[in-house]
Structure formats: structure tokens, C-alpha cells
Design a protein around this ligand. Sequence first.
Ligand code: UD1
Ligand code: PEP
Length: 422
Amino acid sequence: MDSIVVRGNGPLKGQIPIAGAKNACLALMPATLLSEEPLTLTNAPRLSDIRTMTQLLASLGAEVTALQDGKVLATSCHGEINPVADYDIVRKMRASNLVLGPLLARLGHAVVSLPGGCAIGARPMDIHIDALAALGAEIELKEGYLHAKARGGLKGAVHEMRFASVGATENFLMAAVLAKGTSVLKNAAREPEIVDLAACLKKMGAQIEGEGTSEITIQGVDRLHGATHPVVTDRIELGTYMLAPAICGGEVECLGGKIALVESFCEKLDAAGISVEETAAGLKVRRRGDRVRAVDVVTEPFPGFPTDLQAQMMALLCTAEGTSVLEEKIFENRFMHAPELARMGARIEVHGGHATVHGVEKLKGARVMATDLRASVSLILAGLAAEGETVVSRVYHLDRGYERVEEKLRAVGAHIERVAGE
Ligand SMILES: CC(=O)N[C@H]1[C@@H](OP(=O)(O)OP(=O)(O)OC[C@H]2O[C@@H](n3ccc(=O)[nH]c3=O)[C@H](O)[C@@H]2O)O[C@H](CO)[C@@H](O)[C@@H]1O
Ligand SMILES: C=C(OP(=O)(O)O)C(=O)O
């Protein structure tokens, strides 16, 4: 297994290109199941999760060809479709559940393994099931698989979700676009990845209104056609790299970044003493003083502070002046990076959904272990701020969501390298 070695750094300077969003691309790829015509996705990120989705779609009968070094995904699904998403692929990645809605819409039935929980939380499927049931699907759990059937096809309906689940909104959208009649989803998730999926579905001929708000209206159509769509910028990769100059000092421009993608995050950065300026090419980030100030953070659905940036923000706050409280409201077990950061000298107390971070002047390099995707990158960021060498092991988590992390950080002057393991 590979490790990442980071040595404490001085100021960073330069530009970092931000890739297309993993979480948008993972929702866009299954949309290929909705049409016989090709769907081409440009600005795709080159990540292991995208390869897993490629494998899953291939197992269902779709073709996904990575072109231009993986930046373009040419997908199509014109032959026979296999309705069974097998446990062996689905268990690798939560987002595999996003084939359920499109399979149901195209075939009227689907058998999809439960993705199961993961390190950050139990992550059940009840909201997805209720949303698809509202469209007329009968869904039963048998031997670890969801067996879904829509006798006579899916029918438009009004449904309110008990929580604004991102994945359930995406599954509902992809099912409702081919359902008979009008569907209204209330308490829908508002994340930019949902807006991106709706934009792509509209290019394919879907009739959708209200994406980006809590109420989405979908007028079902008989068929969708092919389209070409660029994947929206990854706001989580963006926020992660914005934290590099915040931690090390200096000035870094994140190419492709937009304030609208990370507004609540920028508000917290400003309160901590970090300036963010929108330029023609992206976002320019600079730390104002020698040390950042403590701030409190509560994670919430978009447009609130994203849970996927909580670990990275904690890395910044470890060396802030004062005490910060981070409240995690989306996932019940998303502080696994705290004991690893403590190995580097951070002072963090975790009580249930709250973590109290008492800022220290300096962190010290240590051997640490990545427990999940965002935890891994938080340890790299902390390593950039630490004295001496930090070795982050189990970086396969990192490769799920960050392409060429060491190259991107080295280009702005960071001391970081990947060491290949057996
Ligand atoms: C591939 C992808 O896009 N992943 C993102 C997506 O995950 P994902 O779509 O899985 O996240 P959800 O919004 O569905 O989950 C949020 C919360 O709702 C709970 N829940 C969800 C569904 C359900 O049926 N029942 C239920 O209880 C989950 O356990 C969690 O506590 O949004 C999360 C919240 O912004 C992000 O952290 C993930 O990076
Ligand atoms: C939690 C994440 O991803 P997933 O939903 O794919 O596990 C993430 O991107 O931080």
C-alpha cells in the first residue's frame, strides 16, 4: 500500500487546477442507463471511484470508454441491460446505489445490492426506498439485495423526503424523468451536484424545474436522447486546496473555483483570517496574519458548511489561536481523523457529534493512518503545517477522491511525495 510523506512547509505560491467533481460524475455516469444514445462527460476526474462506477456500469451492460487520459468519458447503453447490480462491486462504493433509479426507470425493475454502511456512518437507504416507492416502485429486501419492481411503469407523484438526502434526490430525479406524468420532490437536496445532474438530464431531453431549490418538479417524457456535458468543478477538492495556503501561508490560486460553490466555507475562512478573492481564472487565497483565529463550524446540507470539508477544516483549526468547536450534523462517526491529528500534537476532545479543538502553536510530524477519504487529506494538510516529517499510510482512501494530489501540491512548493508500498 502506498504512503504519502509530507515535510513541514513554508509559504506556498502558484496555481492549482481543480478537477471535475467526483460526486457529480458518480451521479452523471448512471444517467447513461436512461438512454439508448451516447452520453459524453467531459472534465471528468481521474479517480478510483470513477473506475469503480465504470466497472459497475459495464456489469449492467453499458459501455464506458475513458478518452483523453480519462478526462472524457464516452458512455452508451444501447444493448441488453442486466438489472442486477452485484454485491462484489456495489460494496466497494456507496455511490453504486445511484443505478437503482435509472434501472427502474428504463427497465421497470432492478435488483441492487445494499451498499452497506461505511466508516463515517451507517448510511441506510430508507429515504431512497420511500422516494422510489412514491413513484410506484415496490421494493423488498431479500438476501442483502433491494428487489424493486414498478408494475405498469413508474408514475409521477408528489413526495416529501424526511431529510434532504443527496443520493435519494439523484435517484428520484433519474427515475422521475421517464415516469408517466408530473412528479414533485419536496425537501430536495440543493447541492451543486444535483443542479449539474439536472442540467445534464435536461440536455438529454428531460423536463425539470426547480433544481437547486428545495422543490423540484419533473415532467416525465417517453425517452431521453444523447448529450455531451462537462462535469461541474469539484467544490470539495477546491475547498481542500484553498486550505493549503491557509495552513502554510503564501498565496495560491485555485483554477476553476467559484465563490458560489463554497460560500459558507469562505465565510468561515474569512472569520479565521483567510482572504479569498474571485479572479477571472478561479479563487485566489491568502492568509492575512501569521496565525489563524479559532472559529466554530456546524456541518449542514448545502448551502451550509459541507461535511466533506469538516476534516480538512479541523486540520487548519489545530494551529489556530483559541478554541474552536466543530459540530458534525450529517454523519454520526466522522471524527476519526481527530485521534490521528492528536498523534501530531493536536489537542482535540470529541464528545458525540462535537469536537473541541484547542489550537496549539505548532504540530509535529508523525506516522498517521488515513481512515477515510477526507480524513486522509486532512492529515496531509496537517503535515504541511507540522515540524518534521509526517507519513500518511493507507492512502488508497485518498485516491478515491483526489487525482495527483502530490503533483498538485508540489507545483505550489509543498514538500510531498508518494512512496510506493508492496
Ligand atoms: C457520492 C456522493 O455524492 N456522496 C456525497 C453524498 O452522499 P450521500 O448521497 O450518501 O449522502 P446523503 O445526503 O444521502 O446522506 C446524508 C445523511 O442522511 C442519511 N440517510 C441517507 C439516505 C437514506 O436513505 N437514509 C439516511 O438516513 C445518511 O446516513 C447521512 O447521515 O452526500 C453527502 C452529504 O453531503 C456527502 O458527504 C457525500 O460525499
Ligand atoms: C463521503 C464521501 O463520499 P461517498 O459518499 O462516496 O462515500 C466524500 O466524498 O467525502
